[in-house]
Design a protein. Structure first.
Length: 409
């Protein structure tokens, strides 16, 4: 969604901004109900151009402010010294650079870091930084909770509250970058890659996610290449069909099963968009990319005696034969109340070897941060659930516990 600002004189800009705030949905502006100011943090270049033109300023101000916010990490207009004093004063009256509250930071023994971040309304989301040799990956959330309720993911068990706005998504990158490399000294970059694989389904929050990923790749913001920003989806096909028209971010598909019968149980969305429909859409996305060498990453969480057998691997080989892809195998990470078990190492490497023998690039994702509940599939946050799913899940777990007590006497 592109925000439209009418051009007015500088003296009337505060009145205009107040009117604009009344007409734009909160999820699009990063609006906090307690604030009458526009949050510039989540506006892309065009959104900032529209904003500055509406207050009688030239459009080049957009790039200046982008650099102050995202490159230099400055949130106070008074410190943006290449803006005139009068403009800085005006901005302080009508706008702000507002970040969500960091509630806590948890550091794992393996170097993984998890931030718990409070959003407007009180719910919390989680983002995770995973350091590896020569790279550092930041996993960010796109929704508070998730509506999809994949059976092996902790996030879905928390229910759903709302979409994150663009400022709340990009703020997770801002927080990590500033915490790990304040001021971007020299050429050092702690966060080298960003993946939208945290809480939520990104394509169900299309406009805000697109704004945020394009900011991540903007030269005046974070400057990541398209290969270093990855959007992961369980398969919201109508949105995926639109994605290639507005961004060229790298794509990952959360597959987790080689056939529809099994995937229906693991990923309920599959009942609406079966595997063949999803893979067709993914291939269409690749066809829109200027670089025809691009590949999709297929994510496959391995669970003991569920989808980890040799026949599953061979079925996956056939399924993906027409799709340019690489495969990321993810050992299931248990969470409280889960019915699944972690795959054995023997089964996992046997599965990988079958894929290798068929000519696929297949890697095993190393489990990181499980001592702070930051591993893949474990993110839960604190969700003020609007769906009552979390309560039903807790009731189900309580019933199981009661049954065990009765049987054991």
């Amino acid at each position: 969604m592109r925000v439209k600002f009418a051009r007015v004189s500088k003296s009337n800009s505060l009145t205009l901004i107040n009117k604009v705030m009344e007409t734009i949905p909160n999820s699009q502006t990063g609006a906090d109900l307690s604030s009458s100011k526009i949050n510039l943090l989540g506006l892309g270049e065009q959104g900032l151009i529209d904003f500055f033109e509406s207050i009688g300023e030239r459009k080049f101000r957009a790039k200046q402010v982008l650099k102050w916010m995202h490159v230099r990490g400055v949130t106070e207009f008074s410190e943006m010294t290449d803006l005139s004093k009068s403009l800085r004063e005006q901005l302080s009256q009508v706008a702000e650079v507002r970040l969500p509250e960091v509630v806590s930071r948890s550091d794992s023994e393996d170097g993984t870091i998890k931030w718990l971040i409070r959003t407007a309304g009180g719910s919390c989301v989680e983002s995770v930084y995973i350091p590896e040799n020569g790279r550092g990956t930041l996993c960010v959330s796109s929704q508070i909770g998730c509506v999809l309720d994949c059976s092996f993911c902790a996030t879905g068990k928390q229910g759903f509250n709302r979409d994150l706005d663009a400022s709340e998504i990009i703020a997770q990158v801002w927080i990590a970058v500033q915490a790990l490399a304040p001021g971007r000294a020299g050429n050092y970059r702690a966060v080298t890659n960003v993946v939208l694989m945290g809480m939520g389904e990104p394509l169900l929050n299309f406009d805000n996610v697109v704004t945020a990923v394009n900011l991540m790749m903007h030269d005046c913001a974070y400057g990541y290449s398209k290969r270093r920003v990855t959007l992961s989806t369980a398969g919201v096909v109508p949105a995926l069909d639109k994605l290639g028209d507005v961004t060229d971010v790298s794509l990952a598909i959360s597959l987790h099963a080689p056939n529809d019968e099994l995937r229906d149980q693991l990923v309920p969305l599959n009942r609406k968009y079966p595997i063949a429909v999803l893979l067709d859409s993914a291939r269409r996305y690749l066809e829109k990319m200027p670089d025809q060498r691009r590949k999709i990453t297929v994510e496959y969480t391995l669970m003991d005696q569920i989808n980890d057998r040799e026949e599953h691997a061979r079925e996956l080989v056939e399924l993906l034969s027409a799709t340019p892809c690489k495969i990321n195998l993810i050992p299931f990470n248990p969470f409280p109340g889960s019915d699944y078990r972690r795959v054995s190492n023997n089964a996992m490497y046997r599965f990988r070897d079958i894929l290798h023998e068929a000519g696929y690039t297949a890697t095993v994702r190393t489990t990181r941060g499980d001592d702070i509940a930051a591993a893949c599939g474990q993110l839960a946050g604190e969700v003020n659930d609007r769906t009552r799913r979390s309560q039903r899940y807790r009731d189900k777990q309580a019933d199981k516990l009661q049954t065990v007590k009765i049987i054991s006497g």
